[in-house]
Ligand binder design. Sequence first.
Ligand SMILES: Cc1ncc(COP(=O)(O)O)c(C=O)c1O
Length: 513
Amino acid sequence: MIRIYLGTITALWGNCMDSIKKPHPDSEPLDPNVPEESLDPLDWGPLRELGHRMLDDMLSYQETVRQRPAWKPIPEEVLRALDEPLPLEPQGAESAYADFKEQVLPYPVGNIHPRFWGWVNGTGSPLDMLSEMLAAGMNPNAAGFQQSSTYVEFKVLDWLKEMLAFPPGAGGILVSGGSVANLVALTVARNARAGFDVRRNGMRDSPRLCMYASSETHSSVQKAVEFLGMGSESLRYIDVHDDFSIDVDALHAAVRRDREAGMRPIAVIGNAGTVNTAAMDDLDGLADVCAQENLWLHVDGAFGALAWLSPKLRPLLRGMERADSLSFDLHKWMYLPYDVGCTLVRRADEHRDTFALEPAYLSPMQRGVSQVATVFSEFGLDLSRSFRALKVWMALKARGVHQYTRLIEQNVAQAAYLAKKVEHSKALELMAPVRLNIVCFRYAPAGVPEKSLNEMNQHILERIQEEGIAVPSHTVLDGRFCIRVAITNHRTRRSDLDLLVRETERGDIENET
Ligand SMILES: Cc1ncc(COP(=O)(O)O)c(C=O)c1O
């Protein structure tokens, strides 16, 4: 029996050694008679010509955006055409580009249009489009290393810290957007404040760790808490005041109650602009509670944090400068092309301690490319990363911070203008205070019963979108359907808002008798 077993092992070992010695039958050396191929063109002329045409087309596309409808539905035949089988053989770049122009380019959601105010979408700009092309042309893997992209990103992070009153030594990372920025920040918060080594031991046997946020907080925060293995019950939603800002006293009471019940409160998430109404939490009040209760303060400033740039608006954000971490998007109120968001963490060591790992193949060397390690993977989830920093660097250099300050103030003034028009209209009703750049309102002329208003306003919004007039989105406040206008759009003009008001005042024309 033992002999059979040993015999089998010897045979397997022999086979194994044979397969190491012999070349694998599929890995023949290159046949010198077969030309090697690559993805570069053999003749650069036609691709150069196509590339110039693409660039011209896209510049014209942006130049003429106002002449097109804000949105149009995708026709059935286009959806059918898009539903293609996997291409095994080439159709050629010219033909693929023709399909792009016919099937893709005409059917965006509309966020580069002057009358797009849905959700919180940025607009992009022609210069930023060109920056994206430059980054794609260089195509660095911006993981770190001794290369220019590393130093551009370091500089961009320095500038962002300076712009938002974070200390120069703070940790920071560019990420895909606000949702991931929240996840990164809350991971650091959990690890720094859990009271045990989460990286080593996981969450086993721990008391319930609790985080606190207003009921108006963006859903990405709950997703992050769930993703961190804490369970959605660990995110304690706190009631808001009439202006949709968090009730700080209720928060403080909840923290004390949970602590007495044996749970472990670790963090508070404050809003610098809620997604529904741009409500501002009392960040200073939250920072006081956090100081008293030894809690981490994270501020979700996805769009609102950038209002800090404006001395006029900065008082709304008082206390943001006390946050332990801050997340914000540059593809929202810096109007940059998708995608780019950012997390800043006040103490870089806590940030690094959450993510840093150094496998042998990534360890730094004395000289050469690896004299700089994969530094960005020490501050977030990604190892391989795109050169997002370039579009931020180009934008800030080309325009300067002050132009962004003026544009943000312009959007806030436009929201105030719209709110005034709504208040002066007999047919319209303002549904939430307007502090920043979001206006929630509805069609509610005298005599129409409350129970009909939700359906009516939904119909009005559908008509306005389907006729290509504008793209506001919607939300529901206290059970009431609202048309919601979020202005993070450098192309919007007052006349665009006038048109929206006129079109809303027409009411539910398809259904009203
Ligand atoms: C307040 C707030 N937080 C987080 C997010 C998520 O950001 P992103 O869509 O970039 O992931 C948003 C998106 O609108 C937001 O408004």
